[in-house]
Ligand binder design. Sequence first.
Ligand code: M6R
Length: 611
Amino acid sequence: MCGIVGAVAQRPIADILIEGLRRLEYRGYDSAGLAVIDPVTQQLRCIKTAGKVQALSDAEHAAPAHGVVGIAHTRWATHGKPEVRNAHPQVSGSSIAIVHNGIIENFQEIKQELCAEGYQFASDTDTEVIAHLIHKIWQRERRDFFGCVRQVVARLSGAYGLAVINSEQPDSIIVARSGSPIVIGVGIGENFIASDPSALGQVTDRFIYLEEDDIAEVTRDKITIYNGTAPVNRETVRLHLDNDEVLKGHYRHYMQKEIFEQPDVVKNTLQGRISKTQILEQSFGVAAKAFLDKAKSVQIVACGTSYHAGMVAKSWIETIAGLPCGVDIASEYRYRKVLVPQDCLFITISQSGETADTLAALRYAKTLGYAGFFTVCNVANSSLVRESDVALMTFAGREIGVASTKAFTTQLAVLAVLAVALAKRRGLSAAQEKDYVKDLNQLPQTIVDTLALDADIKQLSNDFGEKHHALFLGRGVQYPVAKEGALKLKEISYIHAEAYPAGELKHGPLALVDADMPVIAVAPNNELLEKLKSNLQEVSARGGQLYVFAHREAGFQNNAGLSVLNMPHCSKFLEPIIYTIPLQLLAYHVAVLRGTDVDRPRNLATSLTVE
Ligand code: M6R
């Protein structure tokens, strides 16, 4: 989603704001803007551009913005097209500027009221109503700007993380959080604000996370936080943001780097959680045990790639642990009537920990009587982590490419350990546990072996450059893998791709199959292999072009209509992780071939903090 940065300093801040936006660009990148208060004239200076942060940087270099207090924003459009007039900051009068992440649900009502009072709107955004409302109250009261913003925030419904400056009160930024994260970066004689601490790694390593409904006034040497009518203290945490992590190194794209990081990050994620022979359940933390002991069933909720991880986990939890497991898309779950069985464990899965739908689903679930709340998450201190009883962290490092890769495989690594931990409570023998753990210990090396197929997959990708559609097939636990492969291809190459459990083909999608429809199948040597082969025959018989990622003993032979890529041997247990990797590589190479913006595909963003 969008990204926010701000600074109250004694030095020029334009470069700090622009560098912060660059670091947040993975969250949204269709327009950008900044507003600073000139320390000499005390005038507001605002620059906005359409497109990526580089355009804003060029504009600022052409006409520098002198200021020591200011706010900036990179946008992912929700209300209004990605045009300069809809970019943030949104301004009211000559003094008030605001940047905002989220959606104001009652903006139409407030807009009508403001229009009736003579306010004119220059944008189609919901954000502009906040600017004008603050302006209106400030014009009326002319004192206590913090109090004015608090009055306005009380009128907003929806989700927001916002930052406001007023050139008539030039020494502070006001920030507020409700449903969309805001952090304060603590400096010496200067302070900063952002929607994500990674934006501020170049200026501080100390952060205060605002809690839900907090509002804060940030000056150079003071931070005042309120929740409701009461002042509150929030802990300052030290974060070591590794700047090297955000560099691409010798890779052409972050996505490519992140695909190749998978052996290391999966290893990091498993470290401390397994020994040579056992699951080390104490690594889940002391709180986890009682919840795991109690669980008689599991409900998983997530979105997108994380939802696909949940689908794989459902299969593991049911087959390995013998526990019933439901899996829902968060945006659906949050609005449906849910019947909760007794002693059901609720698990969210999320890379960012800030996905609005998943967070809302968790909050809804908390009203329903679940036995406990776990999250599998990649971002420490994120909202999901803070609002769950137990956080099982994936140690994937920051994922910058919008297309999720290493987050998915590390989620699966954690969920595999969790499934075995649950199975131990239901009669899994020490010998069986040892087998699963042996597979997990071999996983990083099997990923290395799979990545060695890169050159072959790049070669294969040439067949996809001119295609408009693709079908992905898998059976059983490979169906979510096929879904993940289709999602990867569509989101970065813009080729329309769909996934089906292969047995479903004949019930409709087979009608689409012809020589122009590549059909990609994942075919490990498991109990469904023969069934899958029959389904693939149906494709061949209709002239479809098949691409099969197969176990080398699965018995596929290359021929005119069938390209086979032999996968390294891996345990049946971990096949969903291993078979995802060639699909990531395929999507990556096809996107490069088609010349798309691989790391920042159109219309998407890494962290979706709006509904
Ligand atoms: O941060 P989350 O895992 O909660 O994000 C959920 C989805 O938006 C995300 O998985 C998305 O589908 C992927 N980035 C697509 O590659």
